[in-house]
Design a protein around this ligand. Structure first.
Ligand code: UDP
Length: 261
């Protein structure tokens, strides 16, 4: 396998499937199956899951609530999603541990780096809940930070689009996908891969990010086996979009909106 240890980031919104809110049972099981297959290869798998399908801190103001309180609500939403994923994995007989950045003693272990590493070494799928445990961050930042802490080889950002495009492919049919790109190019072209905190953490620690379509069956497995899937962001990504990309190149502006991921 190409990677010894991966960190898979899934957005909460992806869990909604076709719904407007909450967790779609079929989508949840689909992700659990994909993770089970990935873990069965012997690659160590850690997962960070967002909470956008339930609550995001930025919504707090619209509710007339305090932002920090809203962020903690968002963090707790990620724990709900993490518990759902843990349960789905356990139904498939996958050994898991849920480690939370906010202590919730009855339902999960607190996040302790050494413990996380031990679980991974034992072949358990480790789910990191509650982001980094602090307000004003996102689960993308949590994914980057935890990946660095556990010395993962790569952050795999599972989205519903198949990589990073020159423009938003859901709005611009002429958008072109980059098979590879450098951290610097992403910044120069102002592409939207992750929020800046998350992105900078990866860049400064030379941790590659692969943005890929998690909804396409087998993609996760293909990535782990070393196939080129989605877009790889690294220190040395190649310059030009590949000819196999869907459409002709256009405006170097925005791409994969993280909120759509
Ligand atoms: N959050 C936070 N600190 C963290 C991670 C998450 O405050 O370290 C809150 C924040 O309000 C965020 C919400 O939890 O909006 C849900 O996470 P996120 O928006 O990253 O979920 P996703 O977009 O991946 O579904």
């Amino acid at each position: 396998m190409k990677y010894n240890r991966i960190l898979l980031k899934l957005s909460g919104e992806a869990l909604m499937g076709q719904q407007q809110y909450g967790i779609d049972a079929a989508r949840l099981m689909q992700y659990a199956e994909e993770i089970k297959t990935a873990a069965a290869t012997g690659t160590q798998v850690a997962v960070v899951i967002g909470g956008g399908n339930i609550f995001r801190g930025v919504q707090a103001e619209a509710f007339g609530l305090d932002r920090v309180q809203g962020d903690y609500m968002g963090m707790l939403a990620t724990v709900i999603n993490s518990m759902a994923l843990q349960s789905a994995l356990e139904k498939l007989n996958v050994n898991t541990r849920l480690l939370s950045g906010v202590t919730i003693q009855r339902v999960c272990e607190p996040y302790i780096r050494r413990r996380a590493l031990r679980h991974l070494e034992k072949g358990r799928v480790v789910i990191f809940g509650a982001g980094i445990g602090s307000p004003y961050f996102t689960t993308d930042s949590a994914a980057s930070l935890r990946a660095i802490e556990i010395e993962a080889d790569v952050v795999l950002k599972g989205t519903r689009v198949d990589g990073i495009y020159t423009a938003d492919p859901e709005k611009d049919p002429t958008a072109t996908r980059y098979p590879e790109i450098t951290f610097d190019e992403v910044m120069e072209k102002n592409l939207n891969v992750m929020d800046m905190t998350a992105f900078t953490l990866c860049k400064e620690n030379n941790l590659p990010i692969i943005v890929f379509d998690m909804n396409k069956a087998g993609n996760l497995q293909r990535l782990i086996e070393g196939e080129t899937v989605g877009t790889r962001v690294s220190m040395s990504g190649s310059k030009a979009p590949k000819p196999d990309a869907k459409h002709s190149a256009l405006q170097p502006s925005l791409t994969t909106p993280t909120e759509q991921a």
